[in-house]
Design a protein around this ligand. Structure first.
Ligand SMILES: [Zn+2]
Length: 309
């Protein structure tokens, strides 16, 4: 709930920067606002099943699998949350962190790479994520230019195709999506626990961000949403990149929302409408009450879809 309120407060800041032609001052960019939210937020821990817990309060969602052999993290949040995340992890288990997977390169999922590596973790990600972490990339919607991360935060083990890892009595299956939210998204599935992490290919109850600069697109997001529906079984607990954990029915509703809005926006663009005219036509209207209340506004989501159809 705390996270939800924080994100709600961020929504207008993100939207106004993304749609404005004048750069916001450095201290009030969405990037800075999200960091400030992480700084003031507590880290909540929600044990799910089979040793897998959901951690929230540092940008994107994180998962920790605790076993006698150590901890296995999926995403590691924003670096300034280090001490709070370390304390939260110690509350789950005293076991050391052995592995940390990045679902994609965005700082709200991978900025903790440096400290988890110093704490002993081997860093794992898709090859394109590894590449983006060593590049200078401007993400206009966040009002920030990301620079190469220090060596300690770079990826040690690259994933280019589906890979299964045995660890702590679990099997963790890492699967690349086709380019979707970025060109380097991975899902992580804890087979015994039946817990699936989708990274930012799924935002539960929120319009998603789409990173076109790093190879994302609305059509890739729809493909990934279909993949998620195929991967989840009826009892699977699914952790999105943002928002609460959910299940197959939530994934299906999200996929249908993406398809409906893509259809609406594509029809308007085909009629020759400009972006401004398309936003004014409110192609997301029937979904805004549920999906458009935080982080990515209806206007910004329409902008992101318009770019890709
Ligand atoms: Zn992301």
């Amino acid at each position: 709930m705390i996270n939800r309120l924080l994100w709600t407060a961020l929504a207008s800041a993100v939207a106004s920067t993304a749609l404005s032609n004048t750069p916001a001052a450095a201290q009030d960019t969405p990037y800075a606002t999200i960091n400030a939210a992480a700084e003031s937020s507590e880290i909540t821990v929600q044990p799910l099943r089979g040793g897998v817990s959901l951690l929230q309060g540092s940008g994107g969602n994180m998962a920790a699998f605790a076993s006698a052999d150590g901890m296995y993290l999926v995403d590691d949040g924003i670096a300034l949350s280090q001490s709070k995340i370390e304390a939260a992890l110690k509350g789950i288990s005293r076991a050391p962190i052995k592995f940390a997977v990045n679902t994609h390169w965005h700082w709200d999922h991978a900025d903790g790479n440096g400290w988890v590596h110093r704490d002993g973790a081997v860093l794992i990600a898709h090859a394109n994520t590894a590449k983006h972490l060593t590049q200078t990339i401007r993400v206009e919607e966040w009002g920030h230019t990301f620079t190469p991360v220090p060596k300690e935060g770079q990826i040690a083990q690259l994933v280019r195709a589906e890979r299964s890892m045995s660890f702590g009595g679990e099997t963790i299956r890492l699967r690349p999506y086709m380019p979707s939210h970025t060109d380097g998204d991975l899902s992580a599935y804890f087979v015994k626990a039946d817990v699936l992490l989708t990274g930012d290919t799924w935002w539960n109850g929120l319009y998603p961000f789409i990173d076109y600069v790093a190879g994302g697109s609305i059509d890739g997001m729809i493909k990934a949403a279909n993949t998620n529906v195929e991967m989840a079984g009826p009892g699977t607990i699914v952790i999105p990149g943002h928002g609460p954990a959910g299940g197959l029915a939530d994934l299906t509703e999200y996929r249908d929302m993406l398809v409906a809005i893509r259809t609406n926006v594509a029809a308007l663009k085909k009629q020759g409408k400009t972006l401004e005219e398309t936003i004014a036509a409110k192609p997301t209207a029937e979904f805004d009450a549920k999906w458009g209340q935080a982080i990515i506004s209806p206007a910004l989501f329409t902008t992101l879809v318009y770019r890709g159809v």
